[in-house]
Design a protein around this ligand. Structure first.
Ligand SMILES: [Fe+2]
Length: 395
């Protein structure tokens, strides 16, 4: 179903990405002709459908977007959602965010606290009321075996952590994340290396975000694997990012090394059973009907496998087995031809579908390329993911 079938023609222009011959990813578009400081309700609706359809869009020319209007737009995307960032208040995020908030600074913009400043390096004397901040950004510290500093300084880097923006406890994942480039680093292209023996690498300007499509991943599965994916589900750990706060990633940034460093569930303290999330392995796109293999492997504690509605699921509780199962599937899409790093300019805002893509930051040496300033906002969804078949409630 095309977005035009649902609403009248948008007042803005949507241009699907023109790809090089070696690029096989099947998503991405550029949007022009919008001023997000004053966008009509009809255009908000059309923009939503554009994100669901194209998965990752770059809305050009939003230099003057105020943080207040940025947040307002996010709430208009999902008006039934409670008015809070999907990761909740900053205070809770810093306390319970585990691997997400560890060794990283995230700040709320004064007056629009749900818009988060993320980035790297010195943010200036006064950034929307935040004074003299020097921000420590995400880094390759998450890797069990990070690149040597000498190589990193020369521009060799990694995918930091492939993920979806999802609390996976309490709130449902935001449908979309919005990320506005306020200030970007500049300099020669980085080389992103897999460093897993495959010899794979990609070139990219500094400061970008990388994406792959999990609908495209679903389509890479065999008919038999699709049956299993369609009928299976996962249970995430309570406070999942705390649970894995001491764990490290393999060199591709996809998944986790299993080194027995997870906390015990008792270590996590009190938690509410009703906030523990159980989601299908496949999430259905509400506009296009596409299926996405959308499992946030690093946070999964139990896997329930079956290939029909009638079958009793096989329950997998060993994290090493869970991760091996997921890695076998998810690593198929982790190839340069399936990955897109949208080349944004300052003022552009990237918006993506969190229910059909994975993304990651890519670290760069700040001394060589200069600071990065991004405004990020999303909202815990009013309705969580829907699978192809209902999943039984598990006791
Ligand atoms: Fe993210």
């Amino acid at each position: 179903m095309s977005p035009a079938a649902l609403t009248p023609e948008p007042s803005f222009q949507v241009q699907p990405i023109i790809k090089r011959k070696d690029q096989l990813f099947n998503f991405g578009a550029t949007v022009e002709g919008l001023d997000l400081n004053q966008i009509s309700d009809d255009d908000v609706q059309r923009l939503k459908e554009t994100i669901w359809t194209h998965k990752v869009i770059v809305v050009k020319g939003q230099q003057s977007l105020t943080p207040q209007k940025h947040w307002e737009l996010v709430t208009r995307f999902d008006p039934d959602a409670s008015q809070e960032h999907s990761h909740g208040k900053l205070e809770t995020f810093q306390k319970k965010g585990g691997v997400l908030s560890r060794s990283r600074d995230v700040y709320g913009i004064p007056g629009a606290e749900n818009v988060r400043l993320i980035g790297k390096g010195y943010q200036g004397d006064d950034h929307y009321g935040l004074k003299n901040l020097d921000v420590k950004g995400l880094s390759n510290d998450f890797h069990a075996d990070p690149p040597r500093d000498e190589e990193f300084q020369q521009g060799f880097t990694r995918f930091q952590r492939w993920h979806i923006d999802a609390p996976l406890y309490g709130r449902d994942p935001a449908w979309f994340t919005t990320l506005r480039a306020v200030k970007l680093p500049s300099g020669p292209d980085l080389t992103i290396r897999w460093d897993d023996g495959s010899g794979l690498s990609m070139q990219s300007p500094p400061g970008l975000t990388a994406f792959f499509s999990t609908s495209q991943l679903y389509n890479l599965l065999s008919a038999e694997e699709k049956l299993v994916a369609d009928h299976s589900w996962v249970e995430y750990a309570p406070y999942p990012y705390m649970w894995i706060e001491n764990c490290k990633a393999p060199s591709t940034g996809l998944g986790l090394k299993s080194e027995g460093k997870e906390h015990s569930i008792e270590d996590l303290g009190e938690y509410d059973e009703k906030d523990v999330k159980t989601y299908p392995c496949v999430w259905v796109n509400p506009v296009t009907g596409e299926k996405a293999f959308q499992v946030h492997g690093i946070a999964v504690r139990k896997l329930f496998l079956r290939s029909s509605v009638a079958e009793q699921p096989q329950v997998v509780e060993d994290v090493e087995a869970i991760r091996a199962f997921l890695h076998n599937i998810q690593s198929r899409i982790l190839r340069p031809e399936y990955i897109w790093l949208p080349e944004v300019e300052e003022g552009d805002i990237v918006m993506w579908d969190n229910y059909g893509t994975f993304h990651t930051a890519v670290d760069y040496p700040v001394q060589k390329y200069g600071p990065r300033t991004m405004h990020q906002a999303n909202i815990g969804a009013s309705r969580g993911p829907v699978g192809p078949v209902p999943i039984p409630s598990v006791g």
